[in-house]
Design a binder for this molecule. Structure first.
Ligand code: VG1
Ligand code: CO
Length: 540
């Protein structure tokens, strides 16, 4: 059935797919226009195969049915769907690769809250399993501005709760177990018997799935396959509104877990994941691990897991992520890369074999096993390292800082700002950048200041305007950029970093250690002065 439609403004994918208020996605033709534009911008769906699934948030089930019917009407050959319409983002990436499909549609607004009054999102991943690169998201957006019709099969809903083969018209629909293939992949990477022995030796863990998609994966892998006691995974059932929680694994939103880990009789290890399962926060007993540090520790110790026993090819991090991983790469004698924010920029580096591990300061870590960041994978790599080293998380961190020095790091988010104020702050700092090199601020000398631009070393594509950065000769850095995943106003992210080589000063409180950098950032960007806000809304 061909349905006439009109272009809808604003269907421009951001850092990770198209995200809007759920009600916007539920409005007439909104989802349909975007899905048709994806098909149109990728040469049509005729004869193709796709993976479809999402994190189970409100509207997920309906969206899956719409996509199935549209794929059928557009001539697709087969769609693989997770039972119930569920797939974590890393599991979807794996299925795209495993079944060599032409791509996949992932339904999620990731770490944004879900529900009828919260957020929904959709993302197209290409045949390598990774998020569509910028050139493609731009083509999709361009198509949304000229679309005049979409195609949808006039058929009954598919029974997505029933595993097995079905058909819509001539298209095959394969409903599969969302967890099985992913769990099998993890068994090929990690030493499950060793981690099992760790748990049977009394090692205690808490995993907070935040009522989001990772629950079923974590229960199957941690409790069923690795023998962690039942109840190790909490908030394990995915709910359409994530139980009212904000499924963003950071100390603010995973406060219950943080309190337990910092309290008396804390477990040995704690972790949380986000709405769609690609993020992770890891915590030791009494010690929080900054994501940038986690990436560095994983890079330094990855060889202890069978899947990385041959060593790493290289490491990549997003520009705002601390440079801790670069120091590890230098010692290991492997390449290190700095990319713009967003996992889509890692795809070419992974595909070309330049890097094995990637990470972002925003609680994302991953490797070449899929083409997305992968929360549970990072947790399993930590467990494998803990099982091999037989040390506490705190001992591993202290040892790491003694060897490499410590990159004190924090991100300050100012959320839901009026766009004009956020832009004024960005413009103000951008205008000052050329005057900064050579200046001495708080005893730190500016060695470079620019608006980050990235030339992809594989295909040469350029991405400009990726964040303002001020770099100091002592290794300190200030980075300022606007979020590309929010759905309300503008969110300004201020990233702060200071390097201490040691051996003294490695155990300071993070915000105190960063105080001169924080003062300098305010002097340069005047965020508090311009917004009138007393401080950031979220500190990670
Ligand atoms: C944020 C993070 C970024 C991450 C992106 C998607 O983007 O900063 O590092 O890749 O979310 O993560 P932004 O533009 O809001 O800073 V997820 O877990 O939403 O797929
Ligand atoms: Co996510």
């Amino acid at each position: 059935m061909r349905v006439r439609t009109r272009p809808i403004e604003g269907q421009k994918p951001g850092t990770s797919g198209l995200r809007k208020k759920t009600k916007v996605f539920m409005s007439e033709g909104y989802l349909e226009n975007f899905v048709q534009s994806v098909f149109d911008a990728t040469g049509g769906a005729e004869g193709k195969t796709y993976v479809v699934g999402g994190d189970g948030r409100h509207f997920n089930d309906h969206a899956v049915q719409v996509i199935l019917k549209m794929a059928a009407a557009n001539g697709a050959r087969r769609v693989i769907v997770g039972r119930g319409g569920f797939l974590s983002t890393p599991a979807a990436s794996h299925l795209i690769r495993l079944h060599r499909t032409d791509g996949g549609l992932i339904l999620s607004a990731s770490h944004n809250p879900g529900g009828p009054d919260a957020d929904f999102g959709i993302k197209f991943n290409t045949a390598n399993g990774g998020p569509a690169p910028e050139a493609l998201t731009e083509a999709i957006h361009a198509r949304t501005l000229e679309i005049d019709a979409y195609h949808i099969a006039d058929e009954a809903d598919v029974e997505i709760d029933r595993i097995g083969e079905q058909h819509i018209g001539g298209m095959q629909v394969s409903v599969i177990d969302p967890v099985a293939d992913y769990a099998a992949l993890m068994e090929t990477i990690f030493d499950f018997p060793k981690i099992r022995a760790l748990f049977s030796g009394g090692f205690r863990m808490r995993f907070d799935a935040m009522c989001a998609i990772t629950g079923p994966y974590a229960v199957e892998i941690l409790e069923h396959r690795l023998g962690a006691p039942p109840g190790t995974v909490v908030n394990a059932t995915p709910l359409p509104d994530f139980g009212g929680l904000h499924p963003d694994p950071n100390p603010t939103w995973a406060k219950v877990l943080m309190d337990e880990m910092m309290g008396p009789d804390a477990p040995d290890f704690g972790a949380a994941s986000d709405g769609d399962g690609d993020r992770n926060m890891v915590v030791g007993r009494g010690i929080y691990i900054a994501p940038s540090d986690s990436l560095a520790v994983l890079a330094a110790n990855a060889r202890l897991a069978p899947g990385y026993g041959g060593g790493l090819r290289g490491v990549a991090r997003s520009m705002p992520t601390s440079t801790a991983a670069d120091r590890v790469a230098a010692v290991l004698g492997i390449g290190s890369y700095e990319t713009p924010t967003g996992w889509k920029f890692f795809g070419n580096l992974l595909d070309s074999g330049r890097v094995t591990l990637c990470g972002e300061e925003s609680f994302g870590t991953g490797s070449d096993h899929v083409r997305e960041k992968d929360g549970l994978w990072a947790v399993l790599l930590w467990l494998n390292i803990l099982a091999e080293r037989k040390e506490t998380v705190r001992e591993i961190m202290s040892d790491h800082w003694r060897r490499f020095g410590r990159n004190y790091y924090s991100r300050h988010d100012y959320e839901a700002l009026p766009a004009n104020l956020a832009n004024r702050i960005m413009e103000g700092l951008r205008a000052r950048l050329p005057t900064l090199p050579g200046q001495c601020l708080e005893g730190m000398t500016v060695s470079a200041a620019d608006d980050f631009a990235y030339a992809d070393p594989v295909d040469g594509s350029m991405s400009r305007g990726q964040g303002l950065r001020v770099v100091f000769s002592d290794g300190s850095r200030i980075v300022l950029r606007l979020s590309g995943t929010g759905t309300e106003g503008a969110t300004l992210r201020l990233y702060l970093e200071r390097y201490v080589a040691g051996p003294d000063g490695l155990d300071a409180e993070v915000q105190a250690a960063l105080a001169p950098v924080i003062r300098t950032a305010e002097a340069l960007a005047a965020i508090r002065a311009i917004t009138g806000r007393p401080g950031p809304d979220v500190v990670t």
